[in-house]
Design a binder for this molecule. Structure first.
Ligand SMILES: [Zn+2]
Length: 469
């Protein structure tokens, strides 16, 4: 099919979009409440028991067939409606972040000190995707469209990499397209990628002794860790500038008067290109070996997160761009405007970002500086994602300001924009299989003969305790 015919079909599909938008809007209040319930019960990766159950229950009540505990993860699930091809998947996350508890207030004020909080807005992410799936299902029924709509509940995005185990379990094998979104501070569709990342724990084993009476008998595991990290700091100058390397000393010993027998560094490195990152990673491993050698300790590495960069999809991004233009932005009420202005005052500088009433669609290629396991999915199925203005303009993810927005009516309005966009986009794909063929072509072009690869070995068990150990 030529481009003009595709464009005509797309225009016809957009005119038909009002039906699915009505379905989404009819359920928006209910799913807004669900997002708030998940926000009030923030659960860490692989422990999202209540959040996952709530979404499953709601999808079941709306006629989806639910399979819980897929791919060896108790909180992962699939919810399916319809049959046959095409198969379109909408992904939903629902994990929270440690220590990010925050009230819906424009000043630092945790609900519970030190408790988890939804500072990445995944309470909205999972709920908006489920809202979209329900709207799409009702439109499929109303119009007798062919195919299958699935919701994939993907746990532990903040480090556990739930999607990687779902790929290994074959859950994406028959899927034609994946649509996803992420909370953000603007309504934007673009060819935005992400950073590939790799991380894990460097464990140093030394010999304990009295730090004053017999230091010569000890071998400090902490020395090993610190020599490694000094070497990493020198390395930082000699890597491509878009590289990110960040770490904590997750164990530095027990008492200052004991030479530490054990120390542990948790480190993550990132780069837009997984292959470049692999080379940098080899050098980080050498820094760790140097630390062990110099301190007379032993080092073991435990693999942690490894996410691929997002492979953008030109066709699906165009579909979502048209869909968002149809779905539209939203306006603040006077109270929301007041909250937004007060929150912006805490950001430490003037904010020059588009407002929630605007929709920004571009073909600009860029890389966001975060990482996601949606990147891995994008290497095995044509995948596209976008952001909506769930956070006040200028607010970044993983901040107390984001956690405040995620529980607010601003967050809920942004999630409805996301659900409307996903729904219009998915219906266009159901109506027009030629778009799916074009999305497949774009996928193959971007892959350029490469294959998905990960350091998470096939057959390995999901790290179900990664967030709590
Ligand atoms: Zn996130």
């Amino acid at each position: 099919m030529n481009r003009i015919a595709l464009a005509l079909l797309a225009a016809a599909a957009l005119n038909a979009a009002d039906g699915v938008l009505d379905h989404v809007d009819a359920h928006a209040g209910r799913f807004g409440e669900i997002s708030r319930q998940i926000w009030e019960t923030p659960e860490l990766g692989f422990h999202e028991n209540k959040s996952s159950a709530l979404l499953q229950q709601e999808l079941k009540a709306n006629g989806f067939e639910v399979q819980a505990g897929v791919a060896g993860m108790p909180t992962a699930f699939t919810a399916s409606f319809g049959s046959g091809k095409p198969v379109i998947v909408i992904m939903g996350e629902f994990d929270a972040l440690p220590g990010m508890s925050q009230k819906v207030e424009p000043a630092v004020d945790p609900v519970t000190n030190g408790a988890p909080g939804h500072a990445c807005g995944h309470n909205l992410l999972g709920s908006a995707s489920a809202l979209a799936a329900v709207g799409i299902k009702e439109e499929i029924e109303a119009r007798g469209l062919k195919g299958t709509i699935r919701y994939y509940g993907t746990p532990a995005e903040e480090g556990g990499g739930g999607k990687i185990y779902m790929i290994y379990a074959g859950l994406f094998k028959d899927v034609d397209a994946v649509l996803a979104w992420h909370p953000g501070d603007s309504n934007s569709v673009s060819l935005s990628s992400s950073l590939a990342n790799n991380g894990g724990k460097f464990k140093f084993y030394g010999v304990a002794s009295h730090a004053a009476a017999a230091p010569d008998k000890g071998r400090s595991a902490l020395d090993g860790a610190m020599i490694m990290l000094n070497a990493v700091e020198f390395l930082r100058e000699h890597v491509p500038q878009e590289t990110r390397i960040h770490y904590i000393i997750s164990n530095g010993g027990q008492a200052a008067n004991i030479v530490p027998a054990y120390a542990e560094v948790t480190l993550i490195a990132r780069n837009p290109d997984a292959q470049v990152l692999a080379g940098i990673w080899d050098r980080i491993m050498n820094c760790a070996r140097a630390g062990a050698l110099a301190s007379g300790t032993r080092m073991e590495f435990e693999q942690g997160t490894n996410y691929a960069n997002v492979l953008v999809n030109d066709t699906l991004s165009e579909v979502l761009g048209r869909a968002m233009q149809k779905a539209g932005g939203y306006q603040y009420t006077p109270e929301e405007q007041k909250f937004a202005s007060e929150l912006q005052k805490t950001l430490g500088g003037p904010v020059k970002r588009p407002g929630p009433d605007t929709v920004n669609v571009s073909k600009r290629e860029s890389s966001g500086m975060a990482s996601t396991d949606a990147g891995d999915v994008s290497w095995v199925v044509p995948t596209a994602q976008f952001t909506t203005a769930t956070f006040v303009p200028g607010v970044g993810a993983h901040t107390w300001q984001a956690a405040a927005c995620a529980g607010s009516t601003i967050g809920r309005k942004g999630m409805v924009v996301a659900a409307r966009t996903l729904a219009v986009g998915a219906i266009e794909l159901f109506e027009n299989p030629a778009e799916l063929a074009a999305a497949r072509d774009s996928f193959e072009t971007r892959l350029a003969g490469r294959k998905w690869s990960t350091r998470i070995a096939p057959g390995s068990k999901p790290p179900l305790d990664y967030a709590t150990k």
